[in-house]
Design a protein. Structure first.
Length: 154
């Protein structure tokens, strides 16, 4: 059974991973869609003026919780392997939902332009969030010494 300290420590890591997905996704998304490529997205004529923020944030939070859960299961692999593994898993899944499904069924002026724009966004977003989420599960040397009862613990 986990101690209260271990449970709090685990919750903190999951919360860090969750926010490591949410915050950069919002920053990259707004910068990409309303900054760098605003005119290209407007030309697609696909975005609603009355966006449902409940659905948008609900989707974002579900994804963040799911990928934090997955990332935690990859934690024994080390930072770089965990980051790459998460990217290789999350990016194609995100691409299939965010690009393929949207491109297949939403009205827009150019599906090929949408696929290029959203594919670029998806790759950049996961290149940013996967290492950040992975960093939430790095075990510090001090934490390892505390678990082993090392007298040099800090």
């Amino acid at each position: 059974m986990l101690s209260q300290h271990a449970t709090q420590h685990s919750f903190a890591r999951h919360a860090l991973a969750f926010f490591a997905f949410v915050i950069p996704t919002l920053m990259v998304g707004f910068g990409w869609k309303y900054g760098l490529f605003r005119s290209e997205y407007e030309a697609l004529q696909m975005h609603r003026r009355d966006i449902s923020m409940v659905l948008a944030f609900g989707s974002l939070f579900i994804q963040a919780a799911f990928w934090a859960f997955v990332c935690a299961r990859l934690s024994a692999r080390g930072f770089l392997r965990r980051s790459v593994s998460l990217f290789l898993l999350a990016c194609p899944v995100g691409w299939s939902f965010g690009v393929c499904m949207v491109g297949a069924k939403h009205v827009m002026t150019s599906v090929p332009d949408f696929v290029v724009l959203e594919s670029g966004f998806t790759v950049v977003m996961y290149l940013v969030v996967c290492p950040l989420m992975s960093a939430a599960y790095i075990h510090s040397p001090a934490a390892g010494r505390q678990r082993r009862g090392d007298p040099l613990r800090s």
